[in-house]
Design a protein around this ligand. Sequence first.
Ligand SMILES: [Zn+2]
Ligand SMILES: [Zn+2]
Length: 333
Amino acid sequence: MLNVEILGGVGEYGRNCFYIEVDGQAILLDCGIMKNAQKTPPSLTAAHIEKLTAIFISHSHIDHVGALPIAEQLGYTGPIVMSELTQCQLKQCYRNTSIFSDASLGQWVSISDQLAFKWGYSGHVIGSVWYQIRFRSKMIFYSGDYVADTYVLQTTLPQDDLLYDIAFIDSGHVEKHVDNQVVLQQIVQFVQAYPQQSIIFPSSFSGKTLDIATYLYQHTARPIYVEQSLQALFQQYIESKSNIQIENAIREVFWSPMDNIETGLYFVAEQEAKHYPQAIAIYTGYLHKKGAYHHFFYKTHPDYEDIVQLSQQIRAKQVIYFHSAFPVQLGCV
Ligand SMILES: [Zn+2]
Ligand SMILES: [Zn+2]
């Protein structure tokens, strides 16, 4: 029998954590906390941990991994499955990290005779993945955080036409209708209209930041600088042999100290933006701030059309839409 418990991440933006029990054994999909001041954890208890045979991690953001220390404190000692790049990005080590390599792409990876998975790239950040999981008698799909139209990172979907017992689909931007390619062009036009001004992009550790920086590098003559806290993102990208759309990749960018700000384009961590009051600020995500800035929304999750398309491609008896406070009502825009 299939028993699913949403421990966080549905009807809210954060603390993604999904418990799936089949015939008395369980797995967990991600183990995140809210990105709020309280760092609200998921509703994970020792009773869940007792039955847990594996935790699958989609990527390194804290709304997907931030509660792993809690799982360990509650006594979890089983495998924590993730990609090699995800492990590199984690801020701390965990006891039983179980890494799969690029070579296993498209193949079933066995954890036990009752549990196996396939994975593919989800395009959200370098190393982020979706999972297809065979758990006892059940088939499960978990999209992780998914971006359908990326510029730099690869995005795939399962090729085999399975009918899943349950699918979890990222609905992070269900209220939006966005074409990322158009947004990239709009940002280039804006930048070109201010040739003598320095411009900052308050940015996060995500594929979006790679997309925008790379596109600007290729379509403007402006120097591009990356602030120190984001350089690891670019370093992984430059060194990566996989997960990249080769035709859009560039291999030489972008370091610079930020002290002599002139007419460049600057990618800075969001909390650093206040140090550059003389620059024009361009925000590309959800806005929680007041003040002067420009805004071009760029997707890091599926928008409404992407969700409709994913729901057609991933055939499932039951679908759980997560990562949004908005309800998903397909067919009624
Ligand atoms: Zn994420
Ligand atoms: Zn997320």
